[in-house]
Design a protein around this ligand. Structure first.
Ligand SMILES: [Zn+2]
Ligand SMILES: [Zn+2]
Length: 157
């Protein structure tokens, strides 16, 4: 993974736990919780896998450094934070289906709210440094599977 070698190349002083957490996250294609990461690390490292506390702390650190992004899926209700890898300085926005939990990453190259950032700075003299934007709804598949009798036809007669 290019990111990992970049980190090593710069003589980056990430704590060992954070390096391993980042490595585990870079091997997974989807977003992961600390617990899921730990299960993955236990499969490769056995007893040597970092503990949950280390992983939580590492995820916080990596998020602050901009290597990973938290994806907010609070409607799942398990109180677990979910993270995915991003290129340093970049971030993504997602469409989240509240029924099947599918997450669709928006393809737009520019952030949807970069214009708002400029407006906020002009209007309030406030420099935005980060933001969270997620759009919740129903994906195409779930929409098709919905029971049409749920809808009450409006009568105009
Ligand atoms: Zn869905
Ligand atoms: Zn954005």
């Amino acid at each position: 993974m290019a990111l990992i070698s970049k980190l090593h190349g710069k003589g980056n002083t990430l704590p060992k736990g954070a390096k391993r957490t980042l490595g585990a996250l870079s091997q997974s294609r989807s977003m992961m919780t600390a617990k899921e990461l730990r299960i993955g690390m236990q499969m490769t490292d056995g007893d040597q896998a970092p503990g949950l506390t280390t992983i939580y702390r590492s995820l916080d650190l990596l998020e602050r450094m901009g290597y990973i992004q938290q994806v907010h899926l609070n409607h799942i209700g398990d109180n677990e934070k979910r993270y995915q890898l991003v290129n340093p300085g970049e971030h993504h926005h997602h469409l989240v289906c509240k029924q099947c939990n599918e997450q669709i990453m928006l393809k737009e190259k520019d952030c949807l709210i970069s214009k708002l950032e400029t407006a906020v700075e002009a209007e309030y003299g406030f420099k935005l440094q980060s933001h969270v934007l997620q759009l919740f709804g129903l994906c195409g598949g779930c929409l098709q599977n919905q029971n049409p009798t749920k809808y009450i036809a409006l009568s105009h007669s």
